[in-house]
Design a protein around this ligand. Sequence first.
Ligand code: PLP
Length: 428
Amino acid sequence: MTTTAVRATHALDVPAIRRDFPILETIINGHRLVYLDNAATSQKPRQMIDALVAYYTSQNANIHRAAHTLAATATERYEATRQKLARFIGAPSPEEIIFTRNTTEAVNLVASSWGLANVHAGDAIVMTQAEHHSNLVPWQRVAEATGATLTYLPIDDGGMLDLNAAHALIGPRTRVVAITHMSNVLGTIAPIAEIVRITREKAPGAIVVVDGAQSAPHLPIDVAALGCDFFAISAHKMLGPTGVGALWGRRDLLEAMPPFLSGGSMVGHVTFESTTWAPIPQRFEAGTPNIADVIAFGASIDYLDALGMDAVRHHEREITAYALATLRARHPALTFYATDDTNVRGGVVAFNVRNVHPHDVSELLDGRGIAIRAGQHCAHPLHTVLGAVATCRASFYIYNLSEEVDALSEGLAEVEKVFARAIARPQA
Ligand code: PLP
């Protein structure tokens, strides 16, 4: 990244940042790409791509095994990312960071390992109505296997978690509280520290598992300050490559947990009869890991670190506020599903155009080079609560400009023209 990419405290130099992202020059359907699908995956800076190419060009070797120089260098670089990530999310020790494929695998690791060993019939697993399937389905499976019950904390009209319900529904039988930090549909931010406080008071034996897939790319994260027990992330949503995620867990919990996957690299000693486990984090990283992508992820963390997560957050608050104000003012046929208060929300904006299917909206916008997401965003139960068959979702990141919000608005004006008759009818 050019050192000028951060202009002053709290102000990103977006034009300089954009020069680091080659894909933003791409022409889609005759228009310069307007990428507003960052909640699905972020675009990648040259620095991350270069690190990936450099690894395969001149550094490739398997790690933690051989004594030769290439292997030692690869091991060092792989472990350097673990240290960077630990610092980035405020983890007390890099040994508490387990590399996975993604958030989904990180949550499955906790559910399979801790969940199946510690959740029993009659226990309760508490989630929220806003969960992505990745932090919901693994817990449903634990409940099915153990006889535990499932409880969902409701959200209010602004898409915020109802804390009174948390007080009422978290209790002595609660063993797991699994909660998304930032909703991938509503953009709302859950008060994790407060949920942890309630859990410690009402359910001292319970763990709090945080799905940080949407928060780690966009908010400053300090897991120690949040007070949770586990925190899951995906590299590909935070400028990193696909195929890498991570789970942070409290050392005492991780050390007491049985392995998730087993085989090479995760053992202490193996005989024909039995096996002892390696210490953390190796115990949970069976087989050859995704070395190249973990190393490249290190470059993405460096990039975000150089910008500063306070500046990232500031930029997203500004562009989200501009988007909500612009879209509300110019498009009365739009319905939104969450509060506009950027103190408690990030840059994920779900909406619908009256009587127009989100897929039609997305297709017309795509004709102008504008990429948004249409569908249920892996959150079917939440869409039932919202009373929406599907939603359109625009989501912002560090390289988005207010001009791109204007382009979205112009695209929506075309949608309104094409579907004028449907929109004129009362809400179906
Ligand atoms: N949780 C949330 C809130 C998400 O937005 C996503 C992805 O969209 C996930 C979990 C799953 O992430 P991945 O597909 O990288 O495992």
